[in-house]
Design a protein. Structure first.
Length: 505
């Protein structure tokens, strides 16, 4: 139980109802990057300077096998803030404007549960989830009532908002969610600031100034090109711009942590850093391949210094963050149903035990249905140790490309090279990228780039069956409406379990 206001606190203490040993409150700071990946010293990228993330990593357990369950912005944020995959919380695609996806009204989100348990909640930056009744925050400066550039990329503004949040007479413990808009692309929305808004606030003419930001410039020759990005001048220039915006976020993280330090609460605060989905490059965002789902994840607990600076190999999911934060605040997950009488159960787990000893966790799941409203391409996936299985439910359709990636220099260059028959310097070809097989099985221990589909290889039949069974069980456990969707394959037999699902309606 959490300790309420001072007078009642004394009374409850006398009654023995309050944990007197916890005179100090425990807080949480959740920091989210927007489309960020492994471009940091903390993840061994030596080409980029990220001193603040690297310093945080030295006080964190660093996860190298952390995955989002869905590679799309609003669905990922909704999953992170509910512990439920997109098909269960209802946020099937992007939330804004005409896309208009929302979580179901009955969903009990992390900010809702924490508020009810006496925790003060705040969000600064990009929200991109709704409805408001499902995702209420006591303190909110987001794109809903301000400029996303200001609350998400202007690190001076972010610093001042964190200061305002912390300057309160409120004694409740807090959950503060700082959701940067960096390093998202912006060539589709604000091209005047560069493809990644890397010029916004850099002090050049017309760009304005962010007083706390010292911009770091990178050239195309400076960047490391990951295996899934074409090694071309266009992609290198794109990456160089991305690095500059990551540098701005990194300096912003330093400012945010400095505010907590100055307020005297940093040592009572669990700090978590991660990102919503893969980087906005081919095989990245909107894909359930490794580059689309693997995320940086730093978990820094002042109470668990034993594994600071260590790297965990455990397979963990962003679906684990809601159970982790509830565990940190000792708030139980409620018994309730979203539809009918089937109780909602979290399939993620608290990560706190991993801060003490390396756990044997080996399996994470993925579920994607849309991104933009026009981009229906349902996929389900399971990663079990080195194996990844992806089920493409609409495999006869071309894979949809989202608009801001489509207009990006990297993709336009890839398209132009492909149509002109010039070398693409890419590890795939666009035809294979658009047209995928129904089941894709990769053995990442031998094929880390996921290029050899083993689903039809008889030597992997047992692995395929095991992963399919794991995936189907998770889909049933999480009430996935797509579990009974026919794939359009004539010999297909649906599970007998599908009958009661339809009869219920
Ligand atoms: C970075 O590289 C070192 C040395 O190879 C390795 O021990 C460590 O696990 C790597 N860190 C991450 C996050 O992968
Ligand atoms: C945004 O909403 C918060 C309340 O959550 C309010 O305090 C703040 O003034 C609003 N900001 C703007 C720019 O309207
Ligand atoms: C960033 O925010 C600060 C503080 O609100 C402001 O002074 C500055 O002009 C802003 N910079 C830009 C580029 O908007
Ligand atoms: C931070 O907190 C931990 C335990 O919560 C305590 O052992 C440590 O002394 C504290 N450090 C400082 C600098 O207050």
């Amino acid at each position: 139980m959490l300790c309420p206001g001072l007078l009642r606190w004394a009374l409850l203490l006398a009654l023995g109802l309050c944990r007197a040993h916890r005179a100090r409150s425990r807080n949480v700071l959740l920091i989210l990057a927007d489309d960020g990946g492994f471009e940091s010293g903390a993840y061994n990228n030596s080409a980029i300077a990220t001193p603040h993330l690297d310093a945080l990593a030295r006080r964190s357990l660093v996860f190298r096998n952390a995955f989002t369950s869905v590679s799309s912005c609003s669905p990922s944020r909704a999953s992170l803030l509910t512990g439920l995959p997109q098909h269960q919380n209802g946020m099937y695609g992007l939330h804004q404007g005409v896309h208009h996806f929302n979580s179901f009204d009955g969903v009990r989100s992390l900010p809702l549960l924490l508020h009810q348990a006496g925790v003060r909640t705040g969000i600064i930056g990009k929200k991109h989830v709704g409805p408001e009744t499902v995702y209420p925050f006591d303190f909110a400066y987001t794109e809903e009532n301000g400029s996303v550039l200001q609350v998400g990329r202007n690190i001076t503004r972010i610093k001042l908002l964190v200061r305002e949040f912390l300057q309160t007479q409120d004694n409740r413990p807090f959950f503060l969610y700082v959701a940067f808009h960096d390093p998202h692309r912006c060539g589709h929305s604000q091209p005047q600031y560069g493809t990644f808004c890397e010029k916004f606030g850099n002090g050049e003419s017309g760009m304005g100034r962010i007083p706390d930001w010292t911009p770091q410039a990178y050239g195309p020759q400076d960047v490391l090109v990951p295996y899934f990005i074409p090694d071309t001048p266009a992609a290198r220039a794109d990456l160089a711009a991305q690095y500059t915006t990551i540098g701005r976020m990194d300096q912003g993280i330093g400012l945010v942590l400095q505010e907590l330090q100055a307020a005297g609460v940093l040592n009572d605060t669990l700090v978590i850093f991660t990102s919503d989905n893969g980087v906005p490059f081919p095989s990245g965002r909107t894909n359930l391949y490794w580059p689309g789902t693997a995320e940086p994840l730093l978990v820094s607990s002042p109470e668990h210094p034993g594994r600071w600076g260590q790297v965990s190999e455990a397979y963990v999911s962003l679906l684990d963050l809601t159970p982790t934060i509830l565990d940190w605040f000792s708030v139980p997950y409620p018994h309730y149903a979203i539809f009918g009488s089937k109780p909602v159960r979290l399939t993620g787990r608290s990560l706190l035990p991993a801060l003490e000893a390396e756990p044997p966790w080996a399996t994470v799941f993925g579920s994607q249905s849309l991104h933009e409203v026009t981009m229906s391409y349902p996929m389900r996936s399971v990663q079990h140790q080195g194996f990844r299985l992806v089920h493409n439910l609409h495999f006869k359709m071309p894979f949809p490309i989202d608009q801001d990636f489509y207009v990006s220099p990297t993709f336009q260059d890839l398209l132009g090279r492909t149509t002109a028959g010039r070398p693409t310097h890419w590890y795939k070809d666009l035809h294979r990228y658009y047209y995928r097989e129904r089941w894709e099985l990769y053995d990442r221990s031998r094929d880390p780039h996921e290029t050899r589909n083993l689903a039809a290889d008889p030597r992997y039949a047992a692995v395929l069956e095991l992963l399919r069974a794991q995936l189907a069980k998770w889909q049933w456990d999480t009430h996935d409406p797509w579990v009974c969707a026919p794939d359009g394959v004539l010999e297909e037999r649906l599970s007998p379990q599908c009958r009661p699902l339809h009869n219920e309606l």
